[in-house]
Design a protein around this ligand. Structure first.
Ligand code: GDD
Ligand code: MN
Length: 369
């Protein structure tokens, strides 16, 4: 056999992870640009698509049939930019991992200098930054610009690094740095870069390279209230998640609103309207239960929100679970009290047991993942 036929096997050096949701009109153009830009690099593009109704996954597979560098990872029944990126990371063995939006707002040309930095310098992560000299936010209106500025300030709570654009969704990271952080990642919401910084056991050695955020070519943004709430969830998870799960924290917050609802109803019905105490107490309980259910459905479990008949079924299972919770609560409290524990402590213990019970049961039956 002639020597010229024996080639060194070469793996993929750079994997570009591209989360997509309804980007059918953008993926073709993006692949074309990557093909031109990355000549001479062993690259691949992994589109992680959350079963977009517009058929993005099918379009990516069509592109993949004529270019093996293109891959499609389709997720069913799931949503989330960060978790999509994490699953993209885990689907490749490439030593360098980039994350980039599919909508052509990120300047793909930056991938080349990013790769050069990682190849040549002791840097863990290169961030495409809108807020360092030469970068910019393009045609954003004042409202979005202010929101971004505010979110960036908030990020300092968990960031522990002087990154100017921690909210960027455009970066390239060394595989080892990602692997060191991966078990701590929250994977909540949109901010995978911030998540990486906040979850890394050692401070990440970073470099920021400027780029100008471009206008969206086609399709529309998925940035909505859910995304903003997810951002707060991410911050909370990074701040207190190692002590109590964020959902439990929200669940108890909602519970304390429920107490207020209960007491207000009781005051209104018993004191103001002159009905008997038990009627007031029953009405208070029912209203608090309903408001707790709805509030949890819109905040704690916003991402698994129940609708239509699901809402009715959910309310029934919620009420049932919480009724058992009351039995557990009173049972524990009575037992402790009879065991000559302080009355306040007994009461509190009952409340805690009830809350944990309600949380666990409704997480499982009412808002099952
Ligand atoms: N798989 C998946 N699942 N992809 C998603 C989802 C989702 O639930 N939501 C959004 N995406 C994809 C979009 O299709 C797009 O490719 C990318 O994630 C960014 O979504 P946009 O809706 O375009 O977000 P944006 O332009 O408002 O914000 C982006 O740019 C900012 C500046 O760099 C995001 O990347 C932000 O994280 C980033 O800060
Ligand atoms: Mn975008």
């Amino acid at each position: 056999m002639s020597d010229s036929l024996v080639t060194e096997p070469v793996g993929i050096e750079l994997s570009v992870i591209i989360p997509t949701f309804n980007e059918v009109a953008n993926v073709g153009e993006l692949v074309r640009r990557l093909e031109t830009l990355l000549r001479g690099v062993e690259w691949e593009a992994i589109f992680v698509d959350d079963d977009s109704p517009d058929g993005t996954a099918a379009e990516v597979r069509r592109l993949a049939r004529r270019n093996p560098r293109v891959r499609c990872l389709q997720r069913l029944g799931r949503r989330g930019l960060s978790s999509a990126c994490i699953e993209g990371f885990l689907a490749t063995s490439a030593p360098y991992l980039a994350v980039m939006d599919a909508d052509l707002q990120h300047d793909e040309a930056l991938l080349v200098p990013m790769l050069e930095v990682l190849r040549g310098e002791p840097v863990d992560i290169v961030v495409g930054s809108r807020y360092v000299g030469g970068g910019g936010i393009g045609d954003w209106d004042q409202r979005r610009a202010r929101m971004s500025e505010f979110a960036t300030k908030l990020s300092q709570l968990v960031l522990h690094a002087e990154v100017d654009d921690p909210m960027s969704g455009f970066f390239m990271v060394r595989r080892e740095a990602m692997e060191r952080a991966m078990h701590n990642l929250s994977g909540i919401g949109f901010k995978i870069l911030l998540d990486l910084f906040a979850s890394s056991p050692e401070p990440l050695r970073f470099r920021e390279l400027p780029y100008e955020f471009r206008a969206r070519q086609a399709g529309e943004t998925k940035l909505d209230t859910q995304v903003m709430l997810d951002y707060l969830m991410l911050l909370a998870d990074k701040l207190i998640g190692h002590v109590v799960p964020v959902r439990f924290f929200l669940f108890t917050l909602v519970g304390s609103v429920g107490v207020a609802v209960h007491l207000l109803t009781l005051t209104l019905i018993y004191r103001e309207l002159g009905y008997d105490f038990v009627t007031g107490q029953v009405m208070g309980t029912v209203l608090a239960m309903a408001s707790n259910f709805l509030l949890n459905n819109y905040t704690t479990y916003r991402d698994r929100r129940l609708k239509g008949w699901g809402l009715v079924r959910g309310f029934l299972s919620f009420t049932l679970a919480c009724s058992v919770g009351v039995v557990a609560n009173v049972g524990i409290a009575a037992h402790l009290f009879n065991d000559s524990t302080e009355w306040l402590l007994s009461g509190l213990a009952g409340v805690i047991v009830g809350a944990v019970w309600n949380f666990a049961l409704t997480a499982f039956y009412t808002w099952k993942a």
